[in-house]
Design a protein around this ligand. Sequence first.
Ligand code: HMG
Ligand code: MG
Length: 298
Amino acid sequence: MRPTHVTLVDVGPRDGLQNEAQPVPAATKIKLVHRLQAAGLKHIEVTSFVSPKWVPQMADNAEVMAGIARPPGVRHSVLTPNMKGFEGALAAGADEVVIFAAASEAFSQRNINCSIAESIERFRPVAEAARAHGLRVRAAVSCALGCPYQGEVGTDAVVDVAQRLLDIGAHHIGIADTIGVGTAGRVSAVMEATLKHVPLAELSGHFHDTYGQALTNIHACLQLGIHTFDASVAGLGGCPYAKGATGNVATEDVVYLLHGLGIHTGIDLDALVDAGAFISGALGRKPVSRVANALLAK
Ligand code: HMG
Ligand code: MG
């Protein structure tokens, strides 16, 4: 059941850099994307076409998209909360748009200023327009393992939102542990329930590593055959609307785990560590990756 090949989506340029207190120049973001491409990443979440009033760190979205090389075979995704975001994404030539709903009402309000039901209605035309233009539609389900405002989130709520996102045209569902509280048993239960609705090839895990459980949670997903995961180079990031949440699991750590299991990723770990060292240096700190720090200390 365990996969032989895993696709990693590096969300560092988006999920990572959206949370930086200091502005990161577009040129630095572009260099980071190029280093990720050079390391063998075939899927990169580059930026967000969200309101710059809400997330000023992503206000340079069009500049970043215009500045990156577009090697064939690499998919570049961007977040789109509404039609205005979709129009920006289309003009920028994104390959895939990401719509992002939550399994918790409280988080939906804080993150995108509307209820879950309203968000689905806002995403409906985005998904329709994306499909009409031949773009892929990826959907994230935030707070699938817990919410910073409402606490526990039931599996039924996760499955319900995932199904509604499929119904409006999402190709892919990403189960997101926004605040990194999930443990392997709960993650397996949520994934098993979601797999009754979403094909294995179109289900992924997005684990923030706040409680240090992300690698174990990925391992639990591998046992179910899940073979797509988001990760963030150097463990960058967090969510501006989930206080205290740390970054996604570091891509370097996930690659080390997978290669240790004999699972192919197509990623060159040394080049990836260089990419993480580059962006961490630009931010003036060490990578949040045990593997990167161990390899850099050699
Ligand atoms: P709102 O204030 O309710 O919307 O925000 P609005 O339609 O009233 O617009 C307010 C202003 O923003 C207007 O400008 C709009 O034109 C502008 P004004 O008239 O005041 O000058 N605006 C936009 N500008 C550029 N691009 C747009 C856009 N939309 C409106 N697309 C809205 C609603 C959804 C826009 C807002 O709440 C928002 O942008 N939220 C984004 C929040 C966000 O980016 N969060 C982080 C990403 S999600 C995440 O990290 C979770 C994830 O990683 C998975 C996980 O870990 O859980 C994916
Ligand atoms: Mg996230």
